[in-house]
Write a protein that binds this ligand. Structure first.
Ligand SMILES: [Zn+2]
Length: 311
């Protein structure tokens, strides 16, 4: 069955790229509502921004949703991953600024906030997207693929020149709370070489190395109290992939393979998937299918404990 939140939960903080503060409130919503953002700081026009793949604006560094009236919400991927990883299918997200708070750079504060109250079961089956045939997209040496499978598996490979990142690969079956246990506390990262370029382009203005992002500079790592996992970067890429795939509008039953992929390529993959005849179908999940979805089997004690919750 579909889920929503048992109670509203609020978070606040600055956006990673805009540096602008925002308060974000997750509010329970009925079955079939989906995940929908609403900008409460804009008085006029259509301020509702559904979390859907076809509203994603092409931007390489974060996932930004823009509705038909030009109203946007940026950096939605980490809250989308938290909701998907906790098995929350319906929520209204009121936000009074242009960008989701980056908090500690991971999804863990969101997961803790959501699971503190837990999820509420609703009287309607979960609609999932079953992958029926392989779809692949490639750009500039990066590749993203969806393959048929009876569950969501995320496989990721990265390869960076920075010695402290290097090559990292990981595969994870997303059942049994594995998102909360294995991925949710892995933080946003970047290379020192990229920081100045981003800031010159008006991005990463809210970034605080070691506090809400991990910065790699050759063999040097600015990571606060140290990395949370030795392969924290590839885990964060998997977190991003879960959040970006959640923009399909429901859980995906399939195997995602990302090779040096990023937000834009995963969105291109969803666009290719829905454009390809016979590549995907919407299915109402029975009990056995539901048991294989992310969020099933999530245990509070397995959620990493050290995160700061902002509000
Ligand atoms: Zn991210």
């Amino acid at each position: 069955m579909q889920n929503t939140l048992k109670a509203s939960v609020a978070f606040e903080g600055v956006g990673l790229h805009s540096g602008k503060p925002a308060r974000m409130v997750l509010i329970p919503a009925p079955a079939g509502h989906g995940i929908v953002f609403k900008r409460t700081d804009i008085a006029l026009g259509n301020t509702v921004v559904p979390a859907r793949w076809d509203l994603v604006e092409r931007s390489p560094l974060c996932t930004r949703l823009v509705n038909g009236s030009g109203v946007s919400v940026s950096t939605v991927e980490h809250i989308m991953a938290a909701l998907a990883g906790c098995g929350v299918h319906n929520a209204l997200i009121e936000i009074d600024g242009p960008e989701v708070p980056i908090v500690d750079g991971s999804s863990a504060p969101f997961v803790r906030g959501i699971m503190e109250h837990g999820v509420q079961r609703l009287a309607a089956p979960i609609m999932a997207y079953e992958i029926l045939k392989p779809v692949t997209v490639e750009k500039d040496g990066a590749r993203a693929t969806l393959l048929p499978s009876d569950r969501l598996t995320i496989e990721f490979h990265i390869d960076f020149a920075e010695a402290a990142i290097g090559r990292q690969s990981k595969v994870l079956d997303m059942r049994n709370g594995s998102f909360a246990r294995e991925l949710c506390d892995s933080r946003t990262f970047c290379r020192q070489a990229d920081v100045e370029t981003m800031q010159a382009n008006g991005l990463a203005l809210g970034g605080k190395p070691g506090e809400n992002a991990v910065v790699f500079d050759g063999e040097r790592v600015e990571s606060g109290a140290g990395l949370r996992h030795s392969d924290e970067p590839v885990r964060h890429k998997m977190l991003d992939a879960l959040g970006d795939l959640a923009l399909a509008g429901g859980p995906i039953l399939g195997r995602y393979v990302g090779e040096r992929a990023g937000h834009a390529l995963t969105n291109t993959l969803l666009r290719a998937l829905f454009a390809e005849p016979g590549a995907v179908r919407a299915v109402a999940c029975d009990a056995a299918m539901t048991a294989r979805l992310p969020g099933q089997g999530l245990i509070w004690s397995e959620i990493p404990a050290e995160q700061r919750r902002v509000a």
